[in-house]
Design a protein. Structure first.
Length: 86
């Protein structure tokens, strides 16, 4: 039991760190302005809505917070890779 809580805590910490990285990358893109900044702003908002809906559905179907966390981390890492490319 303690191991599951430890992993969830570690995953939450990693998600927070990875999210901060994505926030920094997004802020740089938004600060540059232009069409790509506007596209990113729309993408950012729609992703948040979609992620919240997916998490709620997963939990409603009996999923765990660990699965929700894993899904969030997967999406955050994908955003980091996409934004780092330029």
């Amino acid at each position: 039991m303690f191991g599951a809580w430890w992993k969830l805590g570690l995953d939450a910490t990693l998600l927070a760190m990875e999210s901060q990285h994505v926030i920094g990358l997004r802020l740089a893109k938004l600060a540059a302005g232009g069409n790509s900044a506007q596209v990113e702003a729309h993408r950012m908002v729609s992703e948040k809505i979609t992620a919240a809906n997916e998490a709620a559905l997963l939990l409603a179907r009996g999923g765990s917070t660990a699965k929700v966390m894993a899904g969030y981390r997967r999406k955050v890492r994908a955003n980091a890779r996409r934004l780092a490319k330029g």
